[in-house]
Design a binder for this molecule. Structure first.
Ligand SMILES: Cc1cc2nc3c(=O)[nH]c(=O)nc-3n(C[C@H](O)[C@H](O)[C@H](O)COP(=O)(O)O)c2cc1C
Length: 190
C-alpha cells in the first residue's frame, strides 16, 4: 500500500513528527511503502486562486515544491497529515498545502456528486498535538478537515491526538499515544 506522510511542524524532532514516525514505522513493518515530505523544508505558496485548474489544466499550474507532493498523493492509498495546533488551527505549512488541494476539484465541483479528481477510497490519518491538556479545546479541528477529505472521496479516517504536550519529545513519554499510533497502523493495514 502506498502511503504519503506530510509533516506539518517546523520542528524536525517535534511531537507530531515522533507520532508520525511511530505510525509510519509500524505501517512499513506491515508492508506500507511510505513517502514522507517535511513541508517546512519545501518552498511553496498557497493557492493563488488563478482558476487555471478549473479552466485549462486538471492540476495546479504552480511549479513549486508542492507539485511533486500533490502528484504523489494521486497514486497513494493512505494520506497521513501531521500537525501541531497553532492558535487553535493546523500549522500554516499544512494549511497552505490544504488550500492547494483545490486543484484536485473538478470545474463543476460545487454541484457534481463526485467533485474530486482523486480516485475514491483513500484513507486519511490525522495526527495532531497541542500544548493544552484540555481535550475539549481545539476538538473541532479534526472533524472540519475530515469533512473536506470525505467530500474528496476518502472512505476512512483515523485520528491520533496528543493533548498536553508542549516541548519537543514530550510525546515520547506518552505510552497511550504511541500505542494508539501502532494500533492505528494495524487497523489501517489490516
Ligand atoms: C506558534 C505556536 C502556537 C501555538 N498555539 C497553540 C494553541 O493554540 N493551543 C495549544 O494547545 N498549543 C499551542 N501551541 C503548542 C503546540 O501545539 C505544541 O507545542 C505541540 O506539541 C507542537 O507540536 P510539534 O512538536 O510537532 O511542533 C502553539 C505553539 C506555537 C509555537
Amino acid at each position: 500500500m502506498k502511503m504519503v506522510c506530510l509533516l506539518g511542524s517546523p520542528r524536525p524532532k517535534g511531537n507530531t513528527t515522533a507520532m508520525a514516525a511511530k505510525f509510519c514505522e509500524a505501517a512499513e513493518g506491515l508492508g506500507a511503502e511510505v513517502t514522507t515530505f517535511a513541508l517546512n523544508k519545501l518552498k511553496y505558496r498557497g493557492c493563488q486562486a488563478c482558476m487555471t485548474c478549473k479552466t485549462k489544466l486538471d492540476k495546479c499550474v504552480l511549479k513549486d515544491d508542492l507539485a511533486e507532493v500533490l502528484d504523489t498523493i494521486r497514486d497513494a492509498e493512505i494520506l497521513v497529515l501531521a500537525t501541531p495546533i497553532y492558535f487553535a488551527e493546523i500549522s500554516s505549512q499544512l494549511k497552505a498545502f490544504i488550500d492547494r488541494t483545490y486543484s484536485y476539484l473538478i470545474p463543476d465541483y460545487a454541484t457534481n456528486p463526485s467533485p474530486c479528481r482523486l480516485s475514491p477510497g483513500k484513507k486519511l490519518v490525522f495526527i495532531e498535538a497541542q500544548g493544552h491538556p484540555d481535550e475539549s479545546l481545539f476538538a473541532d479541528v479534526f472533524p472540519r478537515y475530515d469533512t473536506i477529505f470525505k467530500w474528496y472521496g476518502f472512505k476512512e479516517s483515523h485520528r491520533i491526538r496528543a493533548c498536553g504536550v508542549r516541548d519537543k519529545g514530550d510525546v515520547e513519554a506518552r505510552e497511550d499515544v504511541m500505542k494508539l499510533a501502532e494500533e492505528t497502523a494495524r487497523k489501517i493495514m489490516g
